[in-house]
Design a protein around this ligand. Structure first.
Ligand SMILES: *[C@@H]1O[C@H](CO)[C@@H](O)[C@H](O)[C@H]1NC(C)=O
Ligand SMILES: CC(=O)N[C@H]1CO[C@H](CO)[C@@H](O)[C@@H]1O
Length: 332
């Protein structure tokens, strides 16, 4: 709702509450509820985990990767990831992995196979994992290694993002088939947010290629021999912004209800900002290529503006971003 000061304070209180309730721990070691005469039901246990993971995500997003602002430590998340919606609504107890891919809680029975656990994870589990990668955001550019060094923070984070993306099962990729299935189970909005979160992180990471756009304080100097590398960063940033516009536009065509997540207006606005910046400040205005790319990109900008207008009925911040986008285009 764009009430950032309140979000900042409330997320702090929430962290204390999770500590008081100790919901960062499993209720007991009976994950499959085989001895269910004692303790909460399958649904109550899973809800408890989901509540804790929601608090984790909230804390991570409010802290935006700054250590001092982040109050929930990944190390203390001693519960398994949420299971998929199907198992949850059908009250089926099942095992899932923990934050670290391929890992599970130490008291999971030893004879369990990875192939039996993986299908139990759904959109939520993959979203939480993405948030944990995004948390490792490069904070101190002045202390970071130059991005063209293969050992740099940039290269590591980039590889982590891509590994995450490649770990998505077919049912969670942004394909027509997956969209059809998710629409049927009322999860198309969630699928859209999952993919937007990925490309938004890519934009955050590749902002190094457009320091003026992000007003970065300690931007890297790219020496002459790294100009190709810089061009590559700028291209990937632009492509990610275009992917965001396509994903949001495609989702919007299924109805404005699908765009209810309050994060989407900001993501849409950022995507437009990057596209306008690339077309007007990075590309050579005299080149024929620029004309071609501009003609290709204008529909995406239009699409973003109409999506923002659609979101206006759901989120207050959206309307102000429509006029900001339009003034940005006019000014450039
Ligand atoms: C949970 O859901 C997955 C995927 O739909 C399914 O393969 C699995 O059998 C379910 N788990 C249990 C314990 O039924
Ligand atoms: C090209 C494109 O994705 N266009 C979309 C623009 O946004 C509207 C509504 O937001 C969609 O209906 C279009 O498909």
């Amino acid at each position: 709702m764009a009430n950032f000061a309140n979000a900042f304070m409330l997320s702090g209180i929430i962290t204390r509450m999770t500590q008081a309730l100790q919901i960062n721990l499993e209720y007991n070691t009976d994950l499959l509820c085989q001895n269910n005469e004692v303790g909460p039901s399958i649904t109550a246990r899973e809800s408890r985990r989901r509540l804790m993971w929601s608090c984790y995500v909230l804390d991570a997003l409010v802290g935006s990767g700054v250590d001092q602002l982040t109050l929930v430590d990944e190390k203390d998340m001693k519960i398994q990831l949420p299971c998929n919606e199907r198992n949850f609504t059908q009250q089926i107890a099942c095992l899932t992995e923990t934050l670290e891919p391929g890992n599970w809680l130490s008291f999971v029975p030893e004879d369990v196979e990875a192939s039996a656990i993986q299908p139990n994870m759904g959109i939520m589990a993959y979203f939480i994992r993405h948030v944990s990668v995004q948390q490792r955001y490069i904070k101190h550019l002045d202390e970071a290694m130059v991005p063209w060094n293969p050992q740099s923070e940039f290269a590591t984070l980039d590889a982590d993002c891509r590994t995450w993306y490649e770990s998505l099962p077919p049912s969670l990729q942004f394909t027509h088939n997956a969209m059809y299935i998710r629409k049927d189970s009322s999860q198309l909005g969630a699928l859209c947010v999952l993919h937007c979160a990925h490309y938004q992180t890519i934009c955050d990471l590749y902002r190094l290629g457009a320091p003026a756009l992000y007003k970065l304080r300690a931007a890297f100097e790219f020496p002459p021999e790294q100009q190709d590398f810089l061009k590559q960063l700028q291209q990937i940033l632009f492509d990610a912004a275009r992917s965001l516009a396509s994903i949001i536009g495609e989702t919007a065509s299924h109805g404005s209800r699908m765009l209810a997540d309050s994060w989407l207006p900001t993501i849409t606005y950022d995507s437009s900002r990057i596209m306008v910046y690339h077309l007007t400040q990075i590309l050579d205005p005299r080149a024929d290529e620029t004309k071609r790319v501009t003609i290709e990109t204008i529909p995406l900008l239009r699409s973003n503006i109409s999506s923002l207008k659609l979101m206006g009925s759901l989120s207050m911040i959206s309307n102000s971003l429509v006029s900001k986008t339009i003034s940005k285009i006019l000014r450039n």
